[in-house]
Structures are given as C-alpha cells and as structure tokens.
Design a protein around this ligand. Structure first.
Ligand SMILES: [Zn+2]
Length: 301
C-alpha cells in the first residue's frame, strides 16, 4: 500500500462514502488526523468532506474536552476559565471544529463536545454543567447515532459509548479531586469538580464482541487510516450486557497498572496486595500513585 501522497477533499469524500457514511448520518467522529496522511488544508478539509457526505440533514459531533487541575485550585489555575474558546486536548479535528463556521460547543466545563450540522445547536445547548459528562453520546445512542473511527483501535481509543455504559451502570472509580473554573448562567465564576468515573485501559476488549453482533457496520480506509463505522446503540447494548456480567472487562491486564488494579470499586487488589505482587518492579512514582489512589482519592461515578 502507498504511504505517501497528498489527500484531497475529493479523495476524503470518496473514501468516506465508500466506507458507508451516508446522507443524514448523526456521527460521533473520533479521528487521528496523522493516520489519514497529509491532507490538503488539514483538519478543516476533513470537516468539509464529512459535511459534504452527511449533507444538510446530517450532524458531526466530536470530543472537545479540556484540561482540569488539582483542587483546591492554585493561584495559577484559578485564573483559567473554561469557556467556548478554551482549546481542547482532544486533537486537531476537535480544535478545528471549535473554530469552524456554524459550529456549537457544549457548556459542560470539562467534558465539552463540539458539533456542526443539523442537530448541532440542540445537542450542544443541552449539555451543561448539570449534565452527565458523556450525556451527548447517550443522546446519539438514542437517535440512531454512529461512531466513525478514523485510525486504528490502538491510536483512537474506544467507540464513545463505553463511557455512557459505565455511567449508566454507576461504576465507581477513585479519582484525584480535579476541576476548573467556569462562568455560570448569571456570569459568576464557579469551580466545577470532576464527578464521573473514567475509563479503564481495556476498551478494545469489546471489539470482538461488537463484531460478533454485527455492531461494526463497515470497515475500510479513509486516506491511509484504517477506519470503522459502528452502530452506537448496538455497541452500547453489548457494553451494558458485558459490564453487568463482568465490569473488569474494560480494564487492562497489567499487574502493575494502578488505575486498573486499584482505582475501581471492583478492582481486585488492595494496596498491600498491589505492593506484594509488584515488589520487584515498583518505581517510587508508581508507589506514590498507588498510595494516593488507595488512601487519598475518593470514589466518583
Ligand atoms: Zn490499566
């Protein structure tokens, strides 16, 4: 396979259509821009191509998450106010959509989403500081949404819906107290505290199960990026079923992974066991992290 050459908008439109993106699609897009190759015009060209394929009745949604900071906020972090222009750490496409003409961004202070297209305004206006962090994806699940992943499963993590399943099942995780300041409706500065369980490192464990039930609608290439479209309702149903049976399915298997072995309500180790099992490979940093997770962090979710 060729691994060089400029990717044009026409090529993207062609590849997306061939992959199975359709007019009117409600798409959650998770993309590794680098995996696609060198795109003429960059991330904006990808957005244009996506909008051309889904048409006027379609909607494109992306992660637009922002950094948060240890609580209580330090002097340095107190002056950072999360708003519609705060840059996202979620990559080039996320940041291009924030600035794309006609796009909308949710007002959730940390787990923001951005969207452009028919349902963008409504979806984003409904995702507020009071919403569950991933509520936008729940709405997508209920409205025939599809997840479009551009890049390998290793590069682009998950299909979005696993977070909704973790929230729905109220799985609890010990997390550091972090947050960010934001303006509430009356223009007053408030501190928002992170209040949801995160993700284990084993979301890819679900992929064979998605495949088994036909939740992977199509696979192919967009530019040079291995890509797939999944049905969000179907992947969500798989996740709910499997997590009910075994919540550890979403964890990695590394014995010295503090997050997976210690932080979840159903994690199998306690601090003493973690230290015993990993005696020979514990770095000071990992030991501190294990201590903090076990004795300082509080359950959220
Ligand atoms: Zn892990």
């Amino acid at each position: 396979m060729k691994t060089s050459g400029v990717i044009t908008k026409d090529r993207l439109v062609n590849d997306l259509t061939k992959l199975g993106v359709k007019e009117g699609d409600l798409l959650n897009v998770k993309a590794s821009l680098k995996s696609i190759g060198y795109i003429e015009g960059g991330a904006n060209t990808l957005i244009k191509a996506l909008l051309e394929v889904v048409g006027e009745k379609g909607t494109i949604v992306t992660d637009s998450f922002v950094n948060c900071y240890p609580l209580p906020l330090s002097k340095k972090h107190r002056v950072i106010i999360s708003d519609k222009d705060t840059p996202s750490y979620a990559g080039a496409v996320a940041n291009a959509i924030i600035n794309y003409p006609g796009s909308f961004r949710s007002t959730h202070p940390i787990q923001k989403f951005s969207a452009v297209g028919k349902d963008a305004e409504e979806l984003m206006n409904n995702h507020t500081p009071e919403s569950y962090a991933f509520d936008v994806l729940r709405v997508l699940i209920e409205n025939g949404g599809k997840n479009l992943k551009l890049g390998t499963d290793e590069k682009v993590y998950g299909v979005g819906t696993t977070h909704v399943a973790i929230g729905k099942l109220k799985l609890k995780q010990k997390r550091r107290a972090v947050g960010i300041n934001y303006y509430d409706d009356s223009g007053e500065i408030k501190t928002f505290k992170l209040n949801w369980a995160g993700a284990g490192h084993g979301f890819n464990n679900f992929i064979p199960l998605y495949r088994k039930v036909g939740a992977i609608l199509n696979e192919g290439y967009v530019g040079y990026a291995p890509s797939k479209i999944t049905d969000m309702k179907m992947t969500f149903d798989v996740e709910i079923d499997e997590l009910k049976k075994n919540p550890k399915i979403q964890l990695c298997s590394a014995k010295d992974c503090v997050d997976c072995r210690l932080s979840w309500g159903f994690s199998e180790y306690d601090f003493a066991r973690f230290v015993c099992v990993n005696l020979m490979r514990l770095t000071p940093i990992k030991l501190l992290k294990a201590l903090a997770t076990s004795y300082l962090f509080k359950y959220v979710g």
